[in-house]
Design a protein around this ligand. Structure first.
Ligand SMILES: Cc1cc2nc3c(=O)[nH]c(=O)nc-3n(C[C@H](O)[C@H](O)[C@H](O)COP(=O)(O)OP(=O)(O)OC[C@H]3O[C@@H](n4cnc5c(N)ncnc54)[C@H](O)[C@@H]3O)c2cc1C
Length: 442
C-alpha cells in the first residue's frame, strides 16, 4: 500500500523534530516544511556557538530523527501568507493535520522614539549573525565601543558574552526594568559572563537599589550573593569589555547624533511595588542618560503575523476549548472568528508559547502536540495524501527545495570544513553556497 501522509509539520526546530519522531512511533508518516535549509531551528542558530557539546549532541539527535523512512524533509520552504505554501493549501491537499512548530520569528520592541536609528538592533539580529544564519550571517552588525543591552534574561547573557569577546567593545551596560531579585538569567548563563562584570560598579548599584528592595521585603544581600558565588567556567574571552548592571531603569528614548547613529539612551528611574516575589516596576518620573553607540533589545520574541494564524499577544492563539487536551494544555490553534479549535491545526514549542524555556521545554511541547494530533486522527476517517502528490507540489516551486539526500551532502561538506576549523566556523554563510554544495543551484 502506498505511504499515506497524515501530518505536515511546519518548522524543523526542536518542537517539530521531536513531534515528528513521536508521530512515527505512533505509526504516522509526516512531511516537514522548514524555512531554513538546515534543520535544528534555534538549537542550530540560537544556542551560543561555543556550547559545542550541547549543539553537537542535538545535531546528532536531529540527524538521527531524520533518518526515519516515515519522515520526509523539505527545507528552504517558508509557509505563510504570500509565500509558496499556506496552511489552508496544505489542508486542501488532503493532509489532515498541520502542526505549526515554526518558533517565534517576530521581534518585540518597546515602541520608544529612536528605535530606527543606526546602531539599534534586536538580540535576534546579533544572535543569528554570530550563529551564521543566512541572511543575517552576512548582514553588517555595526557594534561600537559602548553597548547597552535592554533586558536581563539568558539571551542577554549570550549577547553580552559575544560582545565582551569583540576586541573593540569596552563597556557593556545591562539595563533591567526591575531589580536584582527579578533578573531572569540562570546561574549557568551568568557564569559565562561573570568574569567581565565590574564588581565595584555592581556593589555601588546594589547600594543604590537596596532601600527600594528592602521596602518591598526583598533581601539585597541574598541577591548580591548570587553574583558573588557564581563561578566563571568558560574559556576566557579574547576581549577586554567590562559589564555594568543598571537596575530599576526603563528606556524612554534612544538619542541620535547628526549622522543618524545612536549616541545615548534616556532612562526613567523606577521603584518597586508589590510583594517580595511578585513585584512590578513603577516609574518615578526622574530621568538619566547613558552615553552609548549601540543599543540591543533582548526583551523576548513574538511570533510573526504572516503565517495566517490569529496572534494573541506574542503567540499564535490556541483555543481555550480544546477537544484533545494533553496534560491539561491546549495544543489546538484557534479559529480567528470563533476562538474554537481550527480543525486539524495544532501548535507546539515557541509558536505556542513564545520565548518559553529551553530545548527540553520545546521537546515536551512537541511530544504533547503529537499526542493531541494522534487523538484527533483517531476521531475520524482521514485517508491522508500520497507522498508523490506532496513531492509533485513542491517540485513545481520556482526555487530549489532541499530534501534529506541533499542535506547529507551539505553535512558531509561541513564535516570536511570542520576538520580545519571549529564546527561553527565550518557553516556556510549563504543559502547560495549551501545550495551549490548540494548541487541545487539553478
Ligand atoms: C539566543 C538563544 C539562546 C538559546 N540558548 C539555549 C541553550 O543554550 N540551551 C537550550 O536548551 N535552549 C536554548 N535556547 C532555547 C531554544 O533555542 C528553544 O527552546 C527552542 O529552539 C525552541 O524550539 P522551537 O522548535 O519551538 O522553535 P525554533 O527552534 O525557533 O525552530 C523553528 C523552526 O521553524 C522554521 N520556520 C520558521 N518560520 C517558518 C515558516 N514560516 N515556514 C516554515 N518553517 C519555518 C525555522 O526555520 C526553524 O527551523 C536559546 C534560545 C535563544 C533565542
Amino acid at each position: 500500500m502506498a505511504e499515506s501522509i497524515k501530518v505536515s509539520i511546519i518548522g524543523a526546530g526542536p518542537a517539530g523534530l521531536f513531534a515528528a519522531e513521536k508521530l512515527t512511533t505512533l505509526g504516522y508518516s509526516v512531511v516537514i516544511f522548514n524555512r531554513d535549509i538546515k534543520p535544528g531551528g534555534m538549537a542550530e542558530y540560537g544556542i551560543y556557538p561555543e556550547k559545542h557539546a550541547v549543539k553537537d549532541g542535538l545535531r546528532r539527535q536531529f540527524n538521527n530523527i531524520l533518518t526515519s523512512d516515515q519522515i520526509h524533509y523539505y527545507g528552504n520552504i517558508q509557509v505563510g501568507e504570500e509565500r509558496a505554501l499556506t496552511i489552508p493549501q496544505i489542508l486542501a491537499r488532503g493532509v489532515p493535520a498541520v502542526l505549526v512548530a515554526c518558533g517565534a520569528q517576530g521581534t518585540k520592541w518597546l515602541g520608544i522614539p529612536g528605535e530606527k536609528l543606526n546602531g539599534v538592533y534586536h538580540a535576534k539580529d546579533v544572535v543569528y549573525h554570530y550563529n551564521r544564519l543566512p541572511p543575517f550571517s552576512t548582514m553588517p552588525i555595526n557594534i561600537g565601543k559602548r553597548v547597552v543591552i535592554v533586558g536581563a534574561g539568558n539571551v542577554m547573557a549570550d549577547v553580552a558574552r559575544y560582545l565582551v569577546s569583540q576586541p573593540q567593545v569596552e563597556e557593556v551596560h545591562i539595563c533591567a526594568r526591575r531589580g536584582p531579585a527579578e533578573v531572569k538569567f540562570t546561574r549557568k548563563e551568568l557564569g559565562t559572563i561573570i568574569h567581565a562584570i565590574d564588581f565595584a560598579a555592581l556593589n555601588a548599584e546594589f547600594d543604590r537599589v537596596a532601600p527600594i528592595m528592602r521596602a518591598v521585603g526583598q533581601e539585597p544581600e541574598k541577591e548580591l550573593e548570587f553574583f558573588n558565588s557564581t563561578e566563571f567556567k568558560e574559556t576566557p574571552s579574547t576581549g577586554n569589555g567590562r559589564i555594568f548592571m543598571h537596575f530599576l531603569s526603563s528606556p524612554t528614548e534612544i538619542l541620535g547624533d547628526d549622522s543618524g547613529r545612536v549616541c545615548g539612551l534616556r532612562l526613567e528611574n523606577n521603584t518597586l511595588v508589590g510583594e517580595p516575589d511578585n513585584t512590578s516596576a513603577r516609574g518615578l518620573g526622574s530621568m538619566w542618560t547613558l552615553d552609548t553607540d549601540t543599543v540591543i533589545f533582548a526583551i523576548g520574541d513574538k511570533v510573526e503575523n504572516k503565517l495566517g494564524l490569529p496572534v494573541l499577544k506574542n503567540d499564535y492563539q490556541h483555543t481555550l476549548e480544546p477537544n484533545y487536551p494533553v496534560d491539561g494544555q491546549s495544543y489546538e490553534a484557534a479559529d480567528a472568528a470563533s476562538g474554537k479549535p481550527w480543525p486539524g491545526v495544532f501548535l507546539a514549542g515557541w509558536s505556542r508559547l513564545a520565548s518559553n524555556g529551553l530545548v527540553g521545554n520545546a521537546k515536551k511541547d512537541g511530544l504533547n502536540a503529537a499526542a493531541a494530533i494522534d487523538q484527533y486522527l483517531h476521531s475520524g476517517n482521514f485517508p491522508g495524501v500520497s507522498l508523490q502528490e506532496i513531492d509533485a507540489l513542491v517540485s513545481r516551486f520556482d526555487f530549489p527545495v532541499v530534501r534529506k539526500g541533499d542535506l547529507q551532502r551539505l553535512i558531509e561538506a561541513e564535516r570536511k570544513r570542520a576538520e580545519i576549523s571549529d564546527p561553527e566556523r565550518a557553516k556556510f554563510l549563504t543559502n547560495d553556497e549551501m545550495l551549490q554544495v548540494m548541487g541545487l543551484t539553478r
